[in-house]
Design a protein around this ligand. Structure first.
Ligand code: NAD
Ligand code: ZN
Length: 379
């Protein structure tokens, strides 16, 4: 078993990575000194697959769990389902010493985390992430919340879990497309701060795609270690944590203009990362060989790397980016790479350069070589 410590003073916790952790859920929770009453929050797809094992484990460890289920998919991250969850916890008399277990992907983790952060002004919670995105990203770092009609994640709180159990065996029931989508976040960690991780994924992609347990344990634990280090330095995203958004400026806008129906998040950020890479090549001198390696790696995970925008799509994409939080003083802010493993956040990118790159779908080959932009844009 691999163990990653998230160092946050009194809010510190461990992430355990291994196969077969779910049957041990109860005994791990017992060590944390929680009260008997607890709720297992899951969704309509994960519940039937993994809920029984989780409930049995909690009962065997002496807990008294109640099952709370929400519909599978992003729509569960809503005020409506949040209110339903509060009602269920209140009806089943969960108290201050009770705890919540989030069993599912990032949607369940974000929702359950916010329920835990706010019910009775905060009760402890444990994350049992069952998608690759959730294991390497959303379950670590304490960002919780729900969506509003006006946009994603507009209501939320920072609320750290007491424990994260990444059971690699649960990934076996995940649809292949969801799994590959998670690899876009894994590759992102290599690009933003770990060339060794990047190289290892390049070398071992076939084993990773086959979910080889030794390889996957190493990769998931490495990603969690990177995120843990970043979060320990910047828990509430006042600076460094922003580097985790590499590829997300365009990725989020792409998801929004396609109404979250065409691309999975990982697919959108694979395209977003390639666009950020091409901008980086122009503005920070990211070597073309690095850009090519990134493109090859995303492709080897069967992830999209380009998109041909119509004029109308391009306009809507820019409008979506303008609405995003990342515009400062009229200029759009990106995380850009200097080289593989080294990025800078808060980089202003001129709209003209962004549009040139967006208009050249295969980027490297088609983009006219832009004049280097004045250094003031980079400050
Ligand atoms: N809090 C953070 O820091 C953070 C970071 C990244 C993403 N997120 C959030 O995470 C969400 C996306 O997470 P996601 O990609 O895990 O999506 P998700 O939770 O919707 O899961 C994807 C689908 O897979 C199903 N599923 C989950 N685990 C399964 C399993 N083991 N077997 C079979 N099916 C399974 C789910 O029911 C769902 O239908 C978004 O809402 C995003 O905003 C949060
Ligand atoms: Zn992401």
């Amino acid at each position: 078993m691999r163990q990653v410590h998230v160092a946050l003073g009194s809010r510190s916790y461990d992430i355990l990575v291994s196969r077969w952790l779910l049957p041990e859920l109860g005994s791990h929770c017992r060590r944390l000194g929680f009260g008997r009453r607890c709720a297992l929050l899951t969704d309509s797809r994960v519940g039937p697959l993994h809920g029984r094992v989780a409930l049995r484990s909690l009962r065997q460890a002496g807990f008294d769990p109640v099952l709370v289920s929400v519909p599978a998919g992003e729509r569960a991250k809503s005020i409506r389902h949040l209110a339903d969850c509060y009602d269920q916890l209140a009806v089943h008399r969960l108290e201050r010493k009770s705890f919540l277990v989030a069993l599912g992907g990032g949607v369940v983790g974000d929702l359950a985390g916010f329920v835990a952060a706010s019910y009775l002004r905060g009760i402890p919670f444990v994350q049992v992430p069952t998608t690759l995105v959730a294991q390497v990203d959303s379950s670590v770092g304490g960002k919780t919340g729900v969506n509003l009609a006006a946009g994603k994640n507009l209501v939320g709180a920072f609320w750290q879990p007491r424990l994260v159990l990444c059971d690699l065996e649960t990934l076996k029931t995940l649809p292949d497309r969801e799994y590959r989508s998670g690899l876009a976040e894994v590759i992102k960690y290599g690009i933003i701060c770990d060339p060794t991780l990047f190289r290892r994924i390049e070398q071992r992609m076939p084993a990773i795609l086959q979910m080889d347990s030794l390889e996957l344990a190493w990769v998931v634990a490495r990603c969690c270690t990177i995120k843990a280090e970043i979060v320990s330095q910047d828990e509430t995203e006042s600076g460094l944590r922003a580097i985790l958004n590499f590829g997300h400026t365009v990725g989020h806008a792409l998801e929004a203009i396609t109404r979250y129906g065409r691309y999975l998040h990982g697919e959108a950020i694979a395209i977003g990362q390639m666009i950020a890479a091409r901008i980086s090549q122009q503005l920070l001198g990211l070597p073309p060989a690095d850009v090519e390696r990134m493109e090859r790696l995303f492709k080897s995970a069967n992830l999209p790397v380009t998109i041909q925008f119509s004029k109308d799509q391009l306009q809507r994409l820019c409008a979506a980016m303008k609405l995003d939080k990342k515009v400062a003083g009229g200029q759009i802010q990106f995380v850009l790479a200097e080289r593989l493993g080294r990025v800078r956040f808060g980089q202003s990118v001129p709209w003209s350069l962004l549009i040139t790159i967006l208009n050249a779908p295969s980027g490297l080959r088609d983009a006219p070589r832009c004049r280097r932009v004045a250094p003031t844009c980079l400050r």
